[in-house]
Design a protein around this ligand. Structure first.
Ligand code: GLC
Length: 756
């Protein structure tokens, strides 16, 4: 322990050396005081991250030599670990480094806490569907408290890859297709994880990932090339990452994919010019799992050593589990291929985060068994998870106000394997969630139903056998043997609530699909049930925008609940029984057909946007012959148990800003929450602009008959875009301002604005 005291004394020296030392300057001096003591090998050690001994979240090597890993940790040659879990294990691993190595530099311990540690919050795409900053922040807060209480102090979240393609399994992990909504959720997530003081024992370092453009993998195929224009990179993929820097994200993680032909891990323009240069990011960049060595497979590096050289040159500061820096950096520095100043910069960034977390003051500060026992999976967290889940559900259809369930309903048949599942609602990327620890839809309905007879029939089976993060999911064969009982219960009941959708392990990493229709014979059963009972509600559980044209045509009511976390069943029942008026709005466009993907509302107009008015049957315009262009359910869409009316849109231009006002009235019978959305279009610009893009939104809660005037102030940031030279500005001229319920339902006005 004498080493840690040494640093404390050093602080003392610095403070009382008479130097005018400001807190941030003090941090840099502390970092430099350590850096100057380190050997090259010890510096390289800081850039080296090992996987722990308990889980793996990427490909591994046969017969891994744990003994040498332990020896390297004891020699101070490892800067951090992932997938080492529990206070006991983390304390033991930290002890190896701190109490055996020459300088006793503490390690970082990170883990993928994407939507909860043990208490599961709704998956991130669901959180985005709330359009509520508080939902994101409190979800991250709960996650941070439980994560920090487990001994960890770094999460590989938020995932903020804008994604327009439902085929991509990781669309579940982000905030959807829009850069503005993703940026808003990013700021809230990072605030929730990091709080205002990273040294607080209940805050953890966030990690904005995957930098950049991973959500644009071609054809939605996992780990595929992302081939997007610089315009799309600058104006769609990057803005959420700028929001992450502005929110003070402590770390970034790069991406597996190519960007413009260069692996993100070896992309100097992204990591050095933009992230660390223009944006002034002071944290560190960790590679994704093996992404450094994978530059050989990409055809960008000759071998492992060359990959290490390219990654360090490009600003990848830490090597996750790849052992490339460990094996080759010393040689690269000795040969002069890598200047030691680059290594010093990487190490400074890593040490800075360790100081900010307070690990140099106390390497074991997050290792407290009493906090671990007290904070993890506690009832208060579950209650918050239920409140959050309520706000994420999106009512897609509700014919004849079938929902909420009326008093005259005295019997309900609950149908579907997922309706009784206590595991599916937990979602994928579930950290330390206990299997089957969720409240199922069936349980939620039974808990809420008063004087109602509730029956259950599996009806159809979607998946079978082992289900987990690592291995392929096995879908059950089509089998109608369960239909008869389900149809009988449906016939004998006043109402049917049928769970449909995807198993939660159909989305997440390594879970891309060419076909986003619902698997198995669940749609067939729906058709049969609809023939015998029209009081039919579909509760849709998915982590992606699925293609459900038949479900949309058949079911009178459809409630999209995503994977709502530990309390999902109760939260869904709250909505079904009218204890919460659904307020979610789609963060992704739902297509009619998978073939429409990638589908997004902020598309450009094309040169032939519409059919020939004089002869619509002429084919020479931008369309499909077998599908509409539009979404089945568009971005921003969602129904309520009440109804809102918009009127009196007005704009006032003043010194490069536009004051927008609109009246919103609740013309229904119950109180509701409306998300008023503002879109802008620049109809003529030096780079063709989207037909609309979301620039602001506000949520208003209105009682029946209540009307409010909602105001927005738009300025250049709302009208501008990144130009090819990466400068951001708006071009003077005409703009269209659209305000309304969602991207397809709005009132619009033209304005002329001059910005300079
Ligand atoms: C995975 C994921 C990344 C995750 C990392 C560590 O491959 O791409 O999101 O944080 O490895 O588990």
């Amino acid at each position: 322990m004498n080493r840690v005291i040494f640093y404390l004394n050093l602080n003392f020296l610095v403070i009382y050396s008479g130097a005018q030392v400001l807190s941030t300057n003090l941090l840099d001096k502390k970092v430099d005081s350590v850096l100057h003591l380190m050997t090259i090998q010890e510096k390289i050690g800081q850039t080296n991250m090992y996987n722990g001994f308990m889980e793996f979240t990427g490909p591994t090597i046969e017969n891994e030599d744990n003994k040498s890993k332990i020896e390297n940790i004891k020699s101070g040659l490892v800067g951090g670990m992932l997938n080492t879990l529990s206070v006991k294990e983390i304390r033991a691993a930290q002890k190896l480094a701190v109490e055996n190595s020459r300088l006793g530099i503490p390690m970082l311990f990170g883990y993928d806490v994407i939507h909860g540690y043990k208490t599961m919050l709704p998956v991130p795409l669901a959180q985005a569907a709330s359009w509520d900053r508080q939902v994101a922040e409190v979800s991250a807060r709960i996650s941070a408290v439980e994560t920090a209480s487990s001994g960890l102090h770094w999460t590989f979240a938020p995932m903020i890859d804008v994604c327009r393609d439902g085929r991509f399994g990781r669309i579940m992990e982000g905030a959807g297709e829009d850069p503005y909504l993703t940026s808003v959720m990013t700021e809230a997530w990072i605030k929730g994880y990091q709080g205002s003081d990273l040294s607080d024992e209940y805050t953890i370092a966030a990690c904005a990932k995957h930098f950049a453009a991973y959500g644009f993998v071609e054809a939605g195929r996992e780990y595929n090339t992302a081939d997007i224009s610089r315009n799309t990179l600058y104006n769609v993929a990057l803005p959420p990452f700028k929001a992450a820097v502005d929110a003070g994200a402590a770390t970034f993680m790069n991406a597996f994919n190519l960007v413009d032909g260069v692996p993100a891990t070896g992309h100097s323009h992204l990591q050095r010019d933009i992230l660390k240069g223009v944006w002034g990011f002071e944290g560190f960049v960790v590679s994704d799992w093996w992404s450094i060595v994978e530059m050989v497979s990409h055809g960008f590096a000759i071998d492992r050593q060359d990959a290490g050289r390219l990654a360090m040159l490009a600003g990848s500061d830490m090597d996750m589990e790849g052992r490339v820096y460990e094996e080759h950096l010393a040689e690269l520095i000795k040969s002069g291929e890598i200047d030691e100043t680059l290594l010093n910069d990487a190490v400074r960034r890593i040490l800075r985060v360790k100081f900010q977390l307070g690990l140099f003051d106390d390497p074991y500060k997050y290792c407290d068994e009493s906090r671990e026992a007290e904070q993890i999976f506690k009832p208060e967290h579950r209650e918050i998870s239920r409140e959050v889940a309520r706000k994420t559900a999106v009512l897609l259809k509700n014919e004849n106000d079938l929902l909420p369930i009326k008093e005259q309903v005295k019997s309900i048949a609950v149908i579907g394997q997922m309706a009784s599942s206590k595991d599916v609602p937990l979602g994928n990327w579930r950290a330390q969630a206990i299997t089957d620890s969720g409240v199922s839809l069936l349980e939620g309905i039974k808990n809420a139903a008063k004087d109602i007879e509730v029956s259950y029939s599996e009806g159809y089976r979607l998946s079978k056998g082992e289900r987990n993060f690592v291995f392929e999911l096995t879908l059950a064969p089509d089998d109608t043997t369960g239909f008869q009982e389900a149809l009988t219960f449906a016939r004998e009941s006043d109402m049917v609530v049928m769970a449909m959708g995807e198993d939660c392990f159909q989305t997440g990493e390594g879970r891309s699909q060419t076909d986003t229709r619902l698997k198995g014979n669940q749609v067939e059963l729906l058709k049969r049930i609809a023939e015998i009972n029209d009081q039919l509600v579909v509760v849709l559980m998915t982590g992606r925008p699925v293609a459900i044209p038949e479900v949309a045509a058949i079911a009178p009511s459809i409630l999209q609940v995503w994977y709502g976390g530990t309390e999902a069943g109760n939260a869904t029942a709250d909505i079904l029984f009218g204890n919460y008026n659904p307020s979610g709005r789609l963060p992704v466009s739902f297509p009619y057909y998978t073939g429409q993907e990638p589908l997004h509302y902020d598309r450009t107009n094309t040169g032939r946007p519409g059919a020939n008015p004089w002869n619509p049957s002429v084919v020479f315009w931008s369309h499909y012959t077998d599908s509409p262009n539009q979404a089945l359910y568009p971005f921003g869409y969602g129904l309520s148990y009440t109804e809102f009316e918009y009127s009196n849109l007005s704009n006032r231009v003043k010194e490069g800003m536009v004051e927008v006002k609109i009246n919103v009235k609740n013309i229904g019978q119950i109180e509701g929450l409306e998300t008023v959305q503002v879109y802008v279009r620049d109809p003529v610009a030096t780079v063709a602009q989207p037909i609309k893009k979301l620039v602001d939104f506000k949520q208003v809660r209105l009682k029946p008959g209540e009307q409010v005037t909602v105001e927005f102030i738009l300025d250049e940031k709302d009208f501008g875009f990144y130009h090819p030279d990466f400068t951001f500005y708006a071009e003077n001229g005409a703009f269209e301002i659209m305000v309304g319920k969602h991207s397809e339902d709005f009132i619009s006005e033209q304005v002329m604005v001059t910005f300079n």
